[in-house]
Design a protein around this ligand. Structure first.
Ligand SMILES: CC(C)(COP(=O)(O)OP(=O)(O)OC[C@H]1O[C@@H](n2cnc3c(N)ncnc32)[C@H](O)[C@@H]1OP(=O)(O)O)[C@@H](O)C(=O)NCCC(=O)NCCS
Length: 157
């Protein structure tokens, strides 16, 4: 298993893995496949201007991905974790732990990470708990009228 930081020219890889994630685990995310499939090169390249993307690979096959985002208006030492996914066949092997460590190593000045998790995503909640994240107490109802809620977690080093 090896990790790779993607560059803007790798946007087709990020797109492909993101679409795999949305197909595999539709209930884990707010984004949906039909919407994400319409995101073209310009928007993907724009994402790379404010986000770091790390993938885990088993030879050429990508088995996991996560990104860290600098959010406008938030302190420079804080990042938001997004697009977290590991191929089901590779779960529970430390892949996400490995990816998050790589994102943290890539930005030594960052000391805090935040992530929104759907409150129904009990696996991810347990995983983040094991990884040392804790609830900030913030909750929000999604604006899409679905009645879904997400909770915010944070991790500091
Ligand atoms: C959430 C997800 C990315 C975890 O990836 P992973 O590579 O399996 O996680 P890791 O193997 O790095 O596990 C990290 C910790 O969580 C624990 N863990 C992993 N899966 C777990 C599960 N199903 N139940 C309980 N604990 C679990 C691991 O034991 C590990 O803790 P430990 O090192 O103390 O033993 C993966 O399950 C996934 O892609 N789920 C669907 C998409 C999703 O929900 N994404 C998150 C959106 S916010």
């Amino acid at each position: 298993m090896e990790l790779a930081m993607l560059g803007a020219d790798d946007w087709p890889i990020a797109r492909e893995v993101r679409l795999r994630a949305l197909k595999d685990s539709p209930t884990a995310y707010i984004a949906d496949y039909e919407e994400e499939v319409t995101v073209g090169e310009d928007r993907w390249r724009e994402r790379f201007t404010r986000m770091h993307w790390v993938v885990a690979r088993d030879t050429a096959w990508i088995v996991g991905m996560a990104s860290s985002v600098r959010v406008a208006g938030r302190p420079p030492y804080e990042r938001h974790i997004e697009s977290v996914w590991v191929d089901p066949r590779y779960r529970r092997n430390g892949v996400l732990r490995f990816i998050l460590a790589q994102l943290a190593a890539a930005e030594p000045a960052v000391t805090e990470w935040r992530v929104w998790v759907l409150d129904t995503n009990t696996v991810a909640r347990q995983v983040y708990d094991r990884l040392g994240f804790s609830p900030t107490g913030e909750r929000q109802l999604l604006a899409d009228g679905s009645g879904r809620r997400e909770i915010r977690l944070r991790f500091g080093r």
